[in-house]
Design a binder for this molecule. Structure first.
Ligand code: XMP
Length: 256
């Protein structure tokens, strides 16, 4: 059985794309949630030739339901040869994390995003265990793409293992290698931090980079800095022509 990391490599190779679509749509009155599903399906129909995976967030699960609209979408995604990532940013005690993961994996997701601030014992460990048992992936946050990320991910800390000063995100990068995470998320708004993290994780842990377009990051810069995959939402989902927007993005990173 291939690991999620290997499945992503294969999907990127066969699709000729390193773009992960963030299938994000703005708020609509819940009475119109059928329309949200139709919109999401239409975007997928238009964009699937340009991407290798789709990332779904809480704000799609809330109106559509994990075992209703979202499960249908996940089937559609996987039916196109794409992988499905749940951006749950799992962030609780281990027992709760395990149950959250079991539900999302039962809905068909190939991987979950989790927050390393919770620590290993009784935090991440039970999550990694359930993912391993079910042959799914865990991607860890490392440095988020929004402006306030420096307050947490950018802190200077004393590494509890070495007693030396380091930066929080570099410590998370080292831990991602140690835990054999399937990926790490570093914002495209911080290409220098992608470079620094790349030196730590090398090719062992792929870097996923969100924050392209709407948040100010550039796909080319992120990939040049070492991102293996770029995560793109509104730049595609809110475009007048989502297929064209995805095609342009793909052209902008081809051959880098
Ligand atoms: P836009 O529209 O800005 O959407 O392209 C970005 C998508 O990615 C998510 N996002 C993140 N997810 N770590 C994550 O795990 C991050 O640092 C991060 N920054 C943005 C965001 O929720 C949206 O779905």
């Amino acid at each position: 059985m291939l690991s999620f990391k290997a499945k992503m490599q294969e999907a990127a190779r066969s699709k000729g794309s390193r773009i992960v679509l963030a299938l994000d749509l703005p708020y609509e009155a819940y009475q119109n949630r059928d329309r949200i599903l139709v919109k999401a399906q239409n975007i997928l129909k238009m964009v699937h030739p340009y991407i290798c995976a789709v990332k779904i967030n809480h704000h799609l699960v809330l109106p559509l339901g994990a075992f209703d609209g979202v499960q249908q979408l996940v089937e559609h995604i996987r039916g196109q040869g794409l992988l499905a990532i749940m951006d749950a940013k799992v962030n609780d005690i281990g027992a709760t994390n395990q149950t959250i993961a079991q539900y999302y994996f039962a809905a068909g997701f190939d991987a979950l995003i989790a927050n390393p601030f919770i620590g290993w014992e009784e935090g991440l460990r039970p999550l990694f265990e359930v993912a391993k048992r079910l042959d799914r992936g865990i991607i860890l946050l490392c440095y988020m793409s929004h402006k306030g990320a420096y307050e947490g991910y950018g802190q200077t800390i004393i590494d509890p293992e070495t007693g030396e000063k380091t930066l929080q995100y570099l410590s998370f990068a080292k831990k991602a290698v140690k835990y054999c995470a399937d990926g790490i998320v570093v914002g495209a708004t911080q290409p220098q931090k992608i470079r620094e993290v790349k030196q730590v994780v090398k090719e062992e842990v792929p870097i996923y980079s969100p924050g392209i377009g709407a948040q100010g990051g550039a796909a080319e810069e992120a990939v040049k800095a070492g991102a293996n995959y770029i995560i793109v939402g509104r730049e595609i989902t809110m475009a007048l022509d989502p297929a064209k927007a995805a095609g342009w993005l793909l052209d902008s990173i081809k051959g880098i």
